[in-house]
Ligand binder design. Structure first.
Ligand code: PRE
Length: 93
């Protein structure tokens, strides 16, 4: 019985992982377009103020979902780093 429970829970987690990857791909597509526009107008790829706004928002939505804001923040800071690396064409989406 417990084996079955774990299997079902893992199936759910696997499905959520697949959705997360899809959402991350969509996010990167949006970021790619923003970065192209910024490049055209000579703007810096990183913007501390925009990042602070995003962090503030995810802190509050995360708290409402019962998630640790510090944990969420570290995830998003990784995403911003990845956006920058992507903008510098060091990685492919
Ligand atoms: O919103 C922007 O201006 C972006 O370039 C996207 C993004 C992000 O990944 O969310 C990436 C780098 C910036 O520092 C801030 C945000």
């Amino acid at each position: 019985m417990r084996e079955l429970d774990i299997k079902q829970l893992r199936d759910t987690v696997d499905e959520l992982d697949a959705q997360l990857v899809q959402l991350l791909a969509q996010r990167m597509q949006g970021v790619e377009q923003i970065q192209s526009l910024k490049r055209l107008s000579g703007q810096a790829c990183r913007e501390a103020e925009r990042e602070a706004d995003i962090i503030r928002r995810i802190h509050s939505t995360g708290r409402r979902q019962g998630l640790d804001p510090d944990w969420l923040e570290s995830l998003f800071r990784k995403l911003f780093e990845f956006s920058e690396r992507f903008a510098r064409e060091e990685v492919t989406p």
